[in-house]
Each structure stands twice: as structure tokens, then as C-alpha cells.
Design a protein around this ligand. Structure first.
Ligand code: C2E
Ligand code: CA
Ligand code: CA
Length: 650
């Protein structure tokens, strides 16, 4: 019988190409990948042994019989194991590899494999698969059973694809069906026409289709950096979660690339990133995953020691600059660790906690290892909820502005007020600005909110409601992010012009953080607004690192003593002395002082004594809606009689 071996020879070439393509690339260690690797080897062995066996079978009378059994045995073993491995591959891809079904499938496939092994191994004695009689090759009586097994495996794959637990794309479904149906047809064809060696060709085609539709390693790679991508990370962690494994994720992000991109070009920035990644890959054993931007993670399965070793090395490495184009570039690293499943229970949750933790590190300018906790996630969820509410409030005009009356000793009346933004959500109630302003600053929404608040203040002034009350000006808070806008002054002037309000009706409050960021822009904005007639107040003076330096550098007219400073002075003699000297220092600079957080008569008295010209606090009124504020002003004389009688008495 003459064999038609052309398909086998073609199969050898196809097999070589696929093996080279697949094994030359960085591969991602999933279960499915391991099966695919085994399939590549099995197809190679089956194709080569089948081709050789054509010669050894036709020359069985002269070829050593032992070798003939080995070659043919290897072929049967590899070709039939291929069906089993392919079946298991499809089980994994479709998500049936876990739980009870997974266990049953395990038992069934192992039994089938043992049966196959038994049949092939004992064939030289029993002739069950094949035999050589008088130098002629004969098919054995159990050979059809091997074909049946292969056929059943392939048919089961159709069911798996149809009822897949995991999402397969249309292309993946279509190609799986196509592969299964053609392979089945080829198996049948080979059975009917035994001298047509076509099954291996079918098997090599199977590899080609799988490589393209289900198994392309590029899918898991970040091409330029040659590290695994987010998809790989999510798939791998999902497997760890499914297997109930404990592990930690060490994530890091780097700052300094924006600078390189800006001054040396984006290409140099990318080159630098590649360099950093290469160094990490070389120095550390663990697998690095790229999550996007400049964020990377290591998955540590060996416990805390592995985490701290990676973290220590990274911190140490980033202490020295990186060289790029003969220039030294300093990069700052932020590190966080997420324990799984204690802190995060899904890949998505890990990604969220990584984002939140690294944002926290950046905010605190911290390069220590930050351990995420359940609260980190909770906080993150709250932040995203509030961001959502802010966006809706901007669209639906839901922000309100309240006014807090400020007592002026000179006028002996409430001739100033501070405008404070308010936001109410149906579910969360009033959200304090102390919470939502930083969130708005981080997301950039503060620019729109700042304008909305300013518009509302201008509308209120323009409405004429204040005309009867000799109000000197309204204090409006400006956020650091607003102060960094080059066109801040033009926008503010435009809005004031739109409402035709006098510029000197506005006093802008800015905090010290604004003064640390971009001095030039802030000076530029202040200068232009002051030239029009607006004034500026230094807010929250006496907190944190605030010092007299910026009172000298920036053209303020008012200084607002922080509530905590005022509180401390009330409780402690030393703090009282500091407040006294601070007040006289500010006075000597000919700046007006507003004391914030005045809650008692005693405080009011002593603050006036040390030279505070303005008092603001709950002792007089909390921030109130515009109508209530007007009502308050209407009754202010009665109010002063009650609360400030001691002034009249003096
Ligand atoms: P701030 O500018 O220091 O505003 C004063 C805060 O102290 C207000 O809190 C006010 O309600 C509170 N306060 C006033 N008197 C007393 C008192 O006697 N005792 C106590 N315990 N607190 C008093 P609020 O309205 O919650 O605002 C918090 C912060 O949010 C503000 O601090 C300001 O930094 C920011 N903020 C509020 N509105 C705006 C706004 O429209 N724009 C910007 N950029 N920030 C705003
Ligand atoms: Ca303020
Ligand atoms: Ca303040």
C-alpha cells in the first residue's frame, strides 16, 4: 500500500513555523498556555514519527522491529494524547476547569490517557493497536476505539464552546467550531482512507488557528516594553483567587516622566521607561506586569519577604538618577502593597486599590511602602461616588452658596461675609466642602465649581439684596488649582463685568498651598485682579508651615487666623502669647486680621483686645443660605446688642 505523505511533509513545515513563532516569544504562564505548549510538542512528535513510520512500515522486513514499534508507538501516543490535551485546553478556555465539573473532567481524561498508554505500551505483546506479521504492518483490533475516543473528545469540545462559562468572542467561537468540525472530518477521512496521511496536517492547522484566535502570546504582552500587560495580570490573579491562594501585589509608579517628555521629547521619555523596565527585569526575579501609564506591579506569592525585597531594591535604585542621552534624570518612586484576598478579592479591586494607594502616596509625597487596607478601597469608592455627584451637580446646577457673616470692629457691624459652597445629595445628605473640594481639585472639576460659586456670589451681589446693609465686600475662596490657571484673572473679571458688580466687592482668599506651587502665575493673577480693585486675603494663617514669608512676598490686604490657632490660644497660655505676637506682627505690616472660628464671647473679647479687626465664627452665625443671611443682616442691631454688649460698654 503506497502512502500519500505530502500532507505530512507540509504539516512538518507548518509545525516548525508555529513552534518558532510561539516559543521565541515571552509566554504567559497560564494553564491554557501550558496546554498549548504541550500541543505544539505533541504535533511535532506526531508529524515527525508519522513521516518516518511511512518508511519504516514499508521496509518492515528489513527495519529493526523494536525501532518500528517505538516509532509507531510514539506516533499513536502523541497523536491521541493531542486530542486529550486539546480537550483539556478547551475546558480551560471555556472555564470548566474548576469545581465539580472540573474534577469529573480530570478523572475522565486521566482514565482515557491511561487506557491509551496501556493499549500502546502493550501493543508489541498484544498487537491491540497495530502489529507486524511477516514484515507487514496490520491495524490492531483496539485501533478503532482510539479513533472513537478522539472523536468523542472533539465532539465534547463543541458542547464546551456552546455552553462556555467564560466570554469567547464571535471569532473565537467560530474558529473553535471550524477547527473541531474539520479535525473530525480529517479523523474520519484518515480512518476511511488509511493510506492518506492527513490527520497531522489537520493537527498543525489546529495549532495555527488556535495561535491566532485563542492563544496569541502578543495579547498578553506590552509590545514596546516586553512585559506582560493588564490582561495577563487580570487573568493570572483571577487564577490565584480561584485557587484560593494568598498573595500580595507590589505596585509602583514613577514621577518625573512628564518633565522628560516636556524638555527632551516623548520619544526620550519612552526610551527612559524602557531602560527603567529593563533594569527592573534584570535585577529582580519576579515577573513584572505593566498596568498602564507608568504603573507596574509584581505578583508576590512567596510572602512578605518577597514584597519587602522588591520594595527595598526599587527604593534603593531610585535614589540614584537614571542616565538618558548623557543626562542624569531623577525619578521619584511611589510604592504600595495590596494583600489578597484580605484587601482585594478581584483583579479589578486590586487595580482600584493600586490607583488609590499610589494617589495617596503622591499626595503625601511619600516613598515608603504604603499598605492598602479595606478602608483604602472604601475611601476610593466614596471618592468615586463623590466625583460622580460633583459631575452631576455641575450639570444640574445643584451647588449652593452660603454666607457666613463677619463682624467688623471698625464698623461695629457685619459688613463682610465669606461665601462657602454647599452640596447636598439625596442619599449622602450634605457633603462637607472639606471633603469634596480636595476631590474636585484632584479631578480638575474645581475649575468649573470655582466659576459656578463665583457666578452665584456675583449674582447675589448684583441682585441688590445687599444694598441696604453697607456690605464692604464678600470673601470668596480660591483653590490652588484655580490660582495656577494663567487666565484666572480674565475669567474672574469677565464674570464680574457680566454682572456689573464693582471689583472692590470681592476679596479672594487663598491658602498657603497655592503660594508654594507656581509663584509666577499666582503673582500674575493677583497683580491683575488687584489692579482692577479686588483684594486678597491669606487664609488659614497659623496652620502647618505657614510663615510670615509669604505675607511679605504677596500683596495681601487681609490675613485670616486659622480656627485651630484661635482655639489653641483660648486653651493654652503659650499659644495665647504666640497669637498676641502674631497679631502685632501682622498689624505692623499694616494688614487687617480676621479671626476665624470664634465660638464664645470670651474669645471674641480677647481677639479684639489683641488687635483683630474682624471676627468670624459660630458665636455670631454659621454659614447660612442667602435669604437667611439677609434676614440676619436685617436683625443685626438686635443681635449686636445681645452678643457684643461688652463693646458698647467699653
Ligand atoms: P475655610 O475657608 O477655612 O472656611 C471656614 C470654615 O470654617 C467653614 O467650613 C466654616 O463653616 C467653618 N467655621 C466657621 N466658623 C466656625 C466656628 O466657629 N467653628 C468651627 N468649628 N467651624 C467654623 P466649611 O464651610 O465646611 O468649609 C471648609 C473648607 O472648604 C473651607 O475652609 C475652604 O477651605 C473650603 N471651601 C468652602 N467653600 C469653598 C469654595 O467655594 N471654594 C473653595 N476653593 N474652597 C471652599
Ligand atoms: Ca476661607
Ligand atoms: Ca480659613
Amino acid at each position: 500500500m503506497g502512502y500519500i505523505i505530502h500532507y505530512d511533509i507540509a504539516a512538518i513545515f507548518v509545525c516548525i513555523v508555529i513552534n518558532v513563532l510561539y516559543f521565541s516569544k515571552k509566554r504567559f504562564a497560564t494553564k491554557a498556555n501550558r496546554y498549548f505548549e504541550i500541543m505544539c510538542v505533541l504535533v511535532a512528535v506526531a508529524t515527525v514519527t508519522d513521516t518516518i513510520s511511512v518508511y519504516t512500515i514499508t521496509h518492515a522486513d528489513t527495519f529493526p522491529i523494536v525501532l518500528n514499534y517505538i516509532i509507531n508507538g510514539l506516533f499513536f501516543l502523541s497523536f491521541n494524547t493531542l486530542q486529550i490535551v486539546y480537550f483539556r485546553f478547551m475546558v480551560t478556555i471555556t472555564g470548566y476547569d474548576t469545581g465539580k465539573i472540573g474534577k469529573v473532567i480530570n478523572v475522565v481524561t486521566i482514565t482515557v490517557f491511561l487506557y491509551l498508554l496501556f493499549v500502546v505500551f502493550f501493543t508489541p505483546l498484544t498487537g491491540h493497536a497495530f502489529s507486524f506479521k511477516n514484515g507487514v504492518y496490520h491495524q490492531g483490533m483496539l485501533l478503532p476505539s482510539l479513533y472513537i475516543v478522539a472523536y468523542v473528545m472533539l465532539a465534547s469540545c463543541i458542547l464546551l464552546v456552546m455552553f462556555s462559562r467564560l466570554h469567547l468572542t464571535l471569532f473565537q467561537r467560530f474558529s473553535s467550531f471550524a477547527v473541531i468540525i474539520t479535525s473530525t472530518a480529517f479523523v474520519v477521512l484518515q480512518f476511511v482512507i488509511p493510506n492518506l496521511l492527513i490527520s497531522n496536517f489537520a493537527a498543525s492547522l489546529l495549532l495555527v488557528v488556535l495561535y491566532h484566535s485563542l492563544q496569541n502570546p502578543d495579547e498578553y504582552l506590552e509590545r514596546d516594553l516586553k512585559v506582560f500587560n493588564q490582561k495577563a495580570f487580570l487573568e493570572y490573579t483571577e487564577r490565584l483567587f480561584k485557587a484560593d491562594k494568598k498573595f500580595s501585589v507590589l505596585a509602583f509608579d514613577m514621577e518625573g516622566f512628564a518633565f522628560v517628555d516636556q524638555y527632551m521629547g516623548v520619544e526620550t521619555g519612552n526610551e527612559l521607561l524602557l531602560k527603567v523596565v529593563d533594569e527592573c527585569k534584570e535585577a529582580r526575579k519576579g515577573e513584572l506586569y505593566f498596568l498602564g501609564g507608568t504603573q507596574f506591579v509584581y505578583i508576590c506569592e512567596k510572602g512578605e519577604k518577597e514584597v519587602s525585597q522588591h520594595a527595598e531594591w526599587l527604593r534603593w535604585r531610585f535614589l540614584t538618577p537614571f542616565m538618558i542621552k548623557d543626562k542624569k534624570v531623577n525619578l521619584t518612586i511611589h510604592l504600595c502593597c495590596i494583600h489578597c484576598p484580605e484587601v482585594a478579592k478581584t483583579g479589578e479591586q486590586i487595580m482600584t486599590s493600586v490607583d488609590l494607594s499610589l494617589a495617596e502616596c503622591k499626595r503625601n509625597n511619600c516613598n515608603e511602602l504604603f499598605y492598602a487596607t479595606a478602608e483604602t478601597i472604601e475611601k476610593g469608592q466614596r471618592v468615586s461616588k463623590i466625583t460622580h455627584i460633583l459631575q452631576r451637580a455641575i450639570q444640574k446646577d445643584e451647588f449652593m452658596v452660603f454666607f457666613q457673616p463677619i463682624y467688623s470692629a471698625k464698623d461695629h457691624d457685619f459688613t463682610v461675609a465669606e461665601a462657602l459652597v454647599r452640596l447636598k445629595d439625596e442619599e449622602m445628605g450634605f457633603i462637607p466642602p472639606g471633603e469634596f473640594i480636595p476631590i474636585a481639585e484632584e479631578s480638575g472639576l474645581i475649575l468649573e465649581i470655582g466659576e459656578i460659586v463665583f457666578r452665584k456670589v456675583c449674582e447675589f451681589i448684583a441682585s441688590g439684596a445687599l444694598r441696604a446693609f453697607n456690605i464692604r465686600y464678600i470673601e470668596v475662596n480660591l483653590s490652588m488649582v484655580q490660582c495656577m490657571q494663567e487666565n484666572l484673572h480674565t475669567r474672574m473679571i469677565e464674570i464680574m463685568d457680566e454682572h456689573k458688580i464693582p471689583y472692590n466687592m470681592i476679596d479672594f482668599e487663598i491658602t498657603e498651598t497655592s503660594m508654594n506651587t507656581n509663584n509666577k502665575l499666582l503673582h500674575h493673577n493677583m497683580k491683575n485682579l488687584i489692579e482692577c480693585g479686588c483684594t486678597f486675603a491669606a487664609d488659614d494663617f497659623g496652620t502647618g508651615l505657614s510663615n510670615a514669608d509669604y505675607l511679605i512676598k504677596f500683596p495681601f490686604e487681609v490675613v485670616k487666623l486659622d480656627r485651630m490657632f484661635v482655639k489653641a490660644a483660648n486653651e493654652d497660655d503659650k499659644a495665647q502669647k504666640v497669637l498676641f505676637h502674631t497679631a502685632s506682627m501682622i498689624g505692623s505690616l499694616e494688614l487687617k486680621i480676621v479671626a476665624e472660628g470664634v465660638e464664645t464671647k470670651e474669645q471674641a473679647e480677647s481677639l479684639l483686645d489683641v488687635g483683630c479687626e474682624f471676627l468670624q465664627g459660630f458665636y455670631f452665625s454659621p454659614p447660612i443660605p442667602p435669604e437667611e443671611y439677609i434676614a440676619f443682616l436685617t436683625k443685626s442691631s438686635e443681635f449686636l446688642k445681645e452678643k457684643m454688649a461688652f463693646v458698647d460698654a467699653k
